[in-house]
Design a protein around this ligand. Structure first.
Ligand code: C5P
Length: 411
């Protein structure tokens, strides 16, 4: 998609990831967007205005009190000029400033004054990201309708490993393009399940799986960004709630089944991404099982959990039903069979035997299989994969509506 005529205000704050921002500016300029860069004082320690002026083609702004720049375009005018504000990287300090609605410098003032959507790409040390104060600010920003993108996980400049890296410029560019893309799920209600489930053995032990919830959360975020009203029924995960999404936390498969069926009647689409435990301990005891009472061998009986997605697909007034499947062999063959067996409109399958794909990773590759076709989506971040999937799922929804319309006219 080309971004000609779109005005993007790129705010850069003082993090090492600032060195990646000229790449983002170049991508935006190549798509014909106008880019106005605004630096904080901290950002100037990491990147020079000269570099950013050269790639953006505009003088960089960095001072609320610069009379000459203010005379050319005042800060309120600049806030109105922006069709989208992007803060990348966003430090913990800047996020706190934004969450509190403070305006000590030009960038924070612009963020407060703009009515345009704001995309925030956090970047900081993993402990700073996990700190309760930052997480509180993340919640506030999400509730204020700011679109948080990332952080990604991995090795950090300080030597730590964990969440806190700024998402790559290419992924951020994709998110920005999506912000301008047609809102393909406008007015629709979408229910998404995500994460693992926990099946209790006794009050202190449970059986679970390695699902991180990242792909499901990304699907919920992408559906919300596409204009849908999204409810996310989530098993236990440590992820922040996606912006603008109503999150219902559940524990077991039975809880998830109950939460889904309590809400399904109002939904246009159901997207089952959760890794639901197929079985649960047949007897969960009310008291902790003592090792001494078991002996040297512990045998446990399991009973089947309800298949949530299959039960939704069986409803007489059913939404469009999309499943996910992780396979390790005969990936497409097994997925096609699973789609038919569970009565799904479409299934998204990924080959989890491939390195860097699936559980807990930040990236994924997948194939979308529906009654009339198959589409392979290449290896990319879970966020951009989710956006691509949502676009195609919206097309399948529209095609089903058109089909239903034809059927009712024929009858
Ligand atoms: O059978 P499998 O677990 O591979 O199927 C995956 C799909 O089925 C996913 O969409 C998952 O959310 C859904 N599922 C479910 N309830 C279960 C098991 C799987 O909704 N008990």
């Amino acid at each position: 998609m080309d971004l000609s005529g779109k005005n993007i205000l790129l705010g850069i704050t003082g993090g090492i990831a600032a060195y990646k921002t000229p790449i983002l500016v170049r991508l935006l300029r190549q798509a014909d967007a106008e880019v106005q860069v605004v630096l904080t004082r901290g950002a100037r320690e990491f990147i020079t205005p000269t570099t950013l002026q050269a790639v953006s083609g505009r003088p960089v702004r960095d001072d609320l009190w610069d009379e000459e720049a203010e005379a050319a375009m005042g800060h309120i005018e600049l806030a109105r000029w922006a069709d989208l504000v992007v803060v990348a990287p966003a430090t913990a300090h800047f996020m706190a400033t934004l969450a509190q609605g403070l305006a000590p410098d030009l960038l924070s003032t612009l963020c407060l004054a703009t009515e345009a959507q704001t995309v925030v790409a956090p970047a900081m040390n993993q402990a700073m990201w996990r700190s309760p104060a930052t997480q509180r600010n993340v919640d506030i920003l999400a509730r204020d309708g700011r679109l948080l993108v990332g952080p990604a996980e991995g090795e950090q400049a300080c030597g730590d490993t964990g969440p806190g890296r700024m998402v790559e410029p290419e992924d951020l560019f994709e998110v920005i393009r999506q912000c301008f893309a047609a809102r393909c799920l406008d007015g629709l209600s979408v229910l998404v399940t995500a994460g693992p489930t926990e099946e209790a053995i006794d009050p202190v032990r449970h059986i679970t799986n390695r699902s991180s919830g990242k792909q499901g959360y990304a699907m919920a975020a992408a559906a919300a960004a596409a204009g849908a009203e999204v409810t996310l029924v989530s098993g236990p995960c440590i992820l922040p709630p996606p912006p603008g999404v109503d999150v219902i936390g559940v524990t077991s498969a039975q809880d998830m089944y109950d939460a889904v069926h309590a809400r399904i009647a109002a939904q246009d689409l159901f997207i089952g991404v959760a890794a639901v435990a197929d079985f649960r301990p047949a007897q969960s005891t009310g008291q902790k099982i003592k090792k001494e009472s078991v002996g040297t061998r512990f045998e446990m009986a399991f009973e089947e959990n309800p298949d949530i997605i299959a039960s939704v697909a069986l409803l007489p007034e059913r939404p469009l039903v999309i499943g996910f499947a992780a396979e390790t062999q005969k990936v497409l063959e097994h997925a096609r069979e699973k789609r038919r067996r569970k009565g799904l409109d479409a299934i998204v399958v990924n080959d989890v035997s491939r390195q860097g794909i699936g559980f807990n990773s930040d990236s994924n590759a997948a194939t979308l299989i529906w009654a009339d076709g198959e589409l392979a989506l290449p290896y990319q971040s879970k966020q951009s994969l989710a956006q691509g999937l949502i676009r195609h799922i919206a097309d399948i929804f529209t095609a089903r509506l058109a089909g239903a319309g034809q059927e009712s006219r024929a009858s």
